[in-house]
Design a protein around this ligand. Structure first.
Ligand code: HGY
Ligand code: MN
Ligand code: MN
Length: 410
């Protein structure tokens, strides 16, 4: 059994956790923000200090490479993301990137021979400041000029301008696609971001499938008017429409979804946004997830009909944009078996489970065999400064990743 250098990985995780941290202990490394660029710079330095090749592609994905790339053998790839949501924890994404780098360092230090080259990649904008999974979609060849033109953050900043500010051209992402034959496998280590492993006292989970999702930006347009002199029966209050949509979410899920379906209104903007003005426009995100593609289609239709009926009844205009549409995937069975073999060798229980969260792995699964390894999240907390995983679980997860990558690449 190969083993990671525990102290070195822990030091990397602790150092990265200091980049972009605010007073409230949350991390603010949104894609292509200054903090994200600092983290990227630091990661490139760590790659160079490990005497590994750095490669940055057109989508600004950062790759560390080990082995012979000349003999055009397909790579075994691992990785995740360094960008975060606003107010994030220190492990979402970071764990997979830094554990991947640690795996390449150990294999290099031990002079182990490889049949297939190894790569660890840090994908750009996984968290969706500009829609989501930008870097992995670039590698999978799923980007289009329109997707890039339309990609704006909640404050209206385009990905083009955000990347331009750092001397990057967003359109170069169209050249980042990798031919599927250049990849043998993709394996991602990630925190579970849910309560299952922690509740069952398990150190490692083998992911069998990953939820799909759709994310809409919905706009309800009524009429801004005086809050004092406009009688209630003469109002076209866009916020009231939003409030009614929010109250219908549980019913729509119960009537059209599965036990796995979830829906979230995570970002709301009212305009003009003054206390003494009836909101003329209510703009909000609606994000819906399930493990089954069919169920997602049915839910999309049900939400469209529900919102349109509410808009009609309240004399509001209704429009929506699809910000992201990610299909659910099953993880590769053969790689799950390899992971299981190393989980058992390490003395852990082998436990397979679905992923409620979305991951770059499900984009990579469209061009190569992909699988994931989970470690527990304390109390299931994530996307919060309370995100935490016991060190011994991180160590187990990273050792499973290390041995899985070596088995796939030797
Ligand atoms: O939202 C997600 O599922 C992931 O953390 N980007
Ligand atoms: Mn993540
Ligand atoms: Mn996340």
């Amino acid at each position: 059994m190969l083993k990671i250098n525990s102290q070195r990985l822990q030091s990397d995780i602790d150092t990265l956790a200091g980049i972009g941290r605010a007073e409230n202990h949350g991390l603010y490394r949104q894609a292509f923000s200054d903090n994200d660029m600092l983290a990227r710079q630091w990661f490139c330095q760590r790659i160079e200090q490990a005497q590994l090749q750095v490669h940055i592609d057109g989508a600004a994905n950062i790759h560390a490479r080990l082995g012979e790339f000349a003999n055009n053998k397909p790579s075994v790839m691992t990785g995740s993301h360094l960008d975060t949501i606003p107010g994030a924890g220190h492990l979402d994404g970071a764990l997979g990137v830094l554990s991947g780098l640690e795996c390449l360092r150990v294999i290099q230090e031990q002079g182990l021979s490889l049949t297939y080259p190894l790569e660890v990649v840090s994908f750009s904008d996984e968290e969706g400041r500009f829609g989501g999974m930008f870097g992995s979609q670039a590698i999978a060849g799923q980007l289009t000029p329109k997707r890039i033109y339309d990609a704006v953050d909640p404050d209206g900043l385009s990905i083009s301008d955000a990347m331009q500010a750092h001397g990057l051209n967003a359109m170069d992402a169209l050249n980042a696609n990798r031919p599927p034959e250049s990849l043998k496998a993709f394996v991602e280590l990630h925190i579970e971001q849910g309560p299952v492993l922690h509740r069952q006292g398990l150190s490692v989970g083998i992911v069998e499938g990953i939820n799909g999702l759709f994310k809409w930006l919905v706009r309800l347009k009524g009429q801004a008017n005086h809050a004092g002199s406009t009688p209630m029966d003469m109002r076209r209050d866009a916020f009231h429409g939003l409030a009614e949509v929010a109250m219908q979410v549980d019913r729509v899920l119960e009537e059209n979804g599965s036990a796995r379906s979830v829906a979230t209104i995570g970002h709301v903007q009212l305009s003009p946004g003054a206390a003494n003005v009836i909101p003329g426009v209510a703009e909000f995100t609606l994000e819906v997830r399930d493990i089954d593609e069919q169920v997602l289609e049915i839910l999309a239709d049900a939400f469209r009909r529900t919102i349109s009926a509410i808009a009609r009844r309240r004399d509001l205009m209704f429009e929506f944009e699809v910000l992201s549409r990610i299909h659910p995937v099953k993880c590769d069975r053969a790689i799950q078996e390899v992971i299981k073999q190393h989980v058992l060798e390490l003395g852990c229980a082998d436990f397979t489970m679905p992923s409620g969260a979305a991951h770059d792995s499900q984009i990579m699964a469209t061009i190569t065999s992909a699988a994931m390894i989970f470690v527990p999240s304390k109390e299931g907390r994530s996307h919060s400064p309370d995100e935490w995983t016991a060190w011994e679980d991180i160590e187990q997860g990273a050792n499973v990743l290390l041995n899985t990558l070596y088995t796939l690449a030797k």
